[in-house]
Design a protein around this ligand. Structure first.
Ligand code: SF4
Length: 359
């Protein structure tokens, strides 16, 4: 089997073996960054795994999974071929745990080191940290990668035990997240993220939002990723229905509001229904509707912190409104020409004391 064939299979497996045609290019995904979409090569070092997480396509007991192992040099060479053709800008390298967490970490780090030292690659490398990896491995990974991630998978220790025996949030993952936070503090171009699954158990949004609030405030995560549960054939959860992707979307909105807009768990508490976010409305809009005392917000006088809490007003729009009102008092919708979401904004605000509703 040549490298391209191996990569194709790895890519397919990395995409949870959903139906559909894959080719070599399907190893590439478009990552969202503050500078826009960036093509990243996403691979697993190995599809072998000694663990048996019940939701995972690569779990030890799952039959029919091609078990592959890509040598560090193979990945580095394959990546550089794509990079030199302008097809990718960075690498996201994950892995099953083969042999031991340390052995696996060693291979991931070796791959990154070959890219840095042999091929002189200075761009983006994201390494997944294996559960159970040593402090030394974490330190080495942080040195060689731009971003590292430790997937919490869920929000509570007891839940994790039910779905991923042998993993521990309290004894292993959180201490590692704390260590990475210390190591990257003050270093430009270094970051950490984590991921949680949604709908794999009966967890409520309430506990996920609490965890996200804690992670963002305590460790300044660059981002918490969510992954709506999707059943995989030949796993113990194959008959469990998939989670509604809108739930994932709502949690992304919450994470964004906590990181960027100063929201906290307490803000979302009043809008939860039976512990979950309603799916049919934006959480920011629901928060605003839960505060009738703020309605309507006068756009000529509201401070920046209040403006960015108005549905439809983002940070840039708030700055633009403040800039315009310094030039002249805002009295009619035309004074806000060119502002995004104007219809929505006017629903919750006044201009010089007057409320406008655009058709
Ligand atoms: S350790 Fe990772 S790759 Fe292995 S079974 Fe668990 S989730 Fe899957």
């Amino acid at each position: 089997m040549d490298l391209q064939q191996k990569l194709r299979i790895m890519s397919r497996l990395a995409n949870f073996e959903r139906d559909g045609e894959f080719n070599f290019e399907s190893c590439i995904y478009e990552a969202s960054t503050p500078k826009g979409k960036v093509p990243i090569l996403k691979l697993m070092q190995t599809t072998m795994c000694d663990k048996n997480c019940i939701y995972c396509a690569f779990r030890r007991d799952r039959e029919g999974v091609p078990r592959l192992f890509l040598q560090p040099e193979e990945i580095a060479r394959g990546f550089m071929e794509l990079y030199n053709r302008g097809r990718v800008k960075g690498l996201f390298l994950s892995s099953g745990i083969f042999g031991s967490a340390e052995f696996t970490m060693e291979k991931l780090i070796d791959t990154a080191k070959i890219l840095r030292d042999k091929y002189g690659f200075k761009g983006y490398i994201h390494l997944k940290l294996m559960p159970g990896a040593s402090t030394q491995s974490v330190e080495e990974a942080v040195k060689v990668a731009n971003r590292v991630s430790i997937n919490l998978e869920t929000s509570k220790e007891e839940r994790l035990k039910n779905i991923a025996k042998g993993k521990s949030i309290l004894k292993d993952m959180l201490p590692k997240i704390e260590l990475v936070d210390r190591l990257i503090r003050g270093q430009r171009g270094k970051s950490q993220i984590t991921q949680m699954m949604v709908g794999v158990g009966d967890e409520k949004d309430e506990e996920i939002i609490k965890a996200v609030d804690f992670l963002n405030k305590r460790y300044r995560m660059s981002r918490v990723y969510f992954s709506a549960f999707f059943p995989i054939k030949n796993t113990p959860l194959e008959d469990k229905p998939p989670e509604n992707p809108i739930r994932e979307h709502r949690l992304y909105q919450v994470d964004f509001l906590i990181r960027e807009y100063g929201f906290s768990y307490e803000d979302f508490k009043p809008i939860l229904m039976n512990g979950n976010l309603p799916l049919d409305k934006d959480p920011k809009e629901l928060w605003f509707l839960a505060h009738p005392e703020l309605f309507p917000v006068e756009l000529n006088t509201a401070d920046y912190e209040l403006l960015i809490r108005v549905p439809g007003i983002g940070k840039e729009t708030a700055k633009e409104i403040i800039r315009r009102r310094k030039v002249k008092r805002l009295t009619q919708p035309e004074d806000l020409n060119g502002i995004r979401n104007l219809k929505k904004i006017l629903k919750y605000t006044t201009l010089n004391g007057k409320h406008f509703n655009l058709p």
